[in-house]
Design a protein around this ligand. Structure first.
Ligand code: OGA
Ligand code: MN
Length: 245
């Protein structure tokens, strides 16, 4: 069986109605205090180069230390505080009239990041914008923008096998997840399982690790987490193909 060619047959990803209306254009690289750009041109880091190579070769990949330890700590604290203050909402599945709350399918709590309030959030969006530019250069992907959310899986939560390509729209091109966990081990569960044509590839949600994959090629799932599991997850989007939607 070639899952790549299948239409999403189970649940679709998080619903667009939850997404902020406007596109998220992180501040221009070069204008950041992160020190990650040189003379206004985005830095092509070894991590970025490795991710691009992996995506070109097999449609998915991951790199460690996508953000530095300080930024990782700030983002983890932000995700925890969003959870503690009740700012996260139970994630929903489906789109439009089909959108619904289905905790048996998807047990995470999310908060979309539309307007960054914290320096850490801005720095993350800047890093993701640099990656967008790198992917467009390296893979000619035509990625236009990015939408993402913090995600918090309480102990016991999972996300059943699904495709991120929402029914009726083809704009999601590349899915990414940056994990914010501390000291994660296989015993903690919560692995991302990517279903390949033959077999699967599991990715441990280690803090600082960024996984990326082509949204239309891989069904995937989050195996039940045995402790709280945090991430920042999102999608690089491209313009709808004419006549397709
Ligand atoms: C998603 C998703 C994967 C992960 O949010 O659509 O599949 O590892 N997340 O968190
Ligand atoms: Mn997904």
């Amino acid at each position: 069986m070639a899952p790549e060619e299948d239409k999403p047959k189970e649940v679709s990803g998080s619903g667009t109605p939850q997404e902020p209306g406007g596109s998220q254009k992180p501040q221009a690289p070069g204008a950041t205090s992160s020190g990650s750009t040189v003379e206004g041109s985005p830095r092509r880091t070894p991590a970025q180069a490795s991710l691009i190579d992996q995506l070109a070769a097999r449609g998915f990949g991951y790199v460690d230390d996508f953000v530095d330890a300080g930024l990782l700590e700030d983002l983890r604290a932000r995700c925890r505080s969003l959870h503690a203050t009740g700012a996260l909402r139970p994630a929903r599945i489906g789109r439009g009239a089909q959108e619904r709350f289905a905790p048996e399918v998807r047990g995470d709590f999310i908060a979309w990041l539309s307007e960054p309030e914290l320096d850490a959030e801005q720095r993350l969006l800047t890093r993701l914008e640099e990656l967008r530019v790198g992917l467009n250069r390296g893979l000619m992907s035509g990625l236009e923008d990015f939408h993402g959310h913090f995600a918090f899986y309480p102990a016991g939560a999972a996300y059943a096998r699904h495709s991120d390509r929402l029914v009726g729209t083809d704009v999601r091109a590349i899915s990414v997840a940056l994990y914010l966990n501390e000291d994660w081990s296989t015993d903690d569960g919560g692995l991302l399982r990517l279903h390949l044509g033959s077999g699967h590839q599991d990715v441990l949600p280690l803090g600082g690790r960024l996984v990326a994959f082509q949204s239309d090629r891989f069904e995937h799932e989050v195996l039940p987490a045995r402790r709280e599991r945090m991430s920042f997850t999102g999608w690089y989007r491209r313009r709808p193909l004419e006549g397709f939607v």
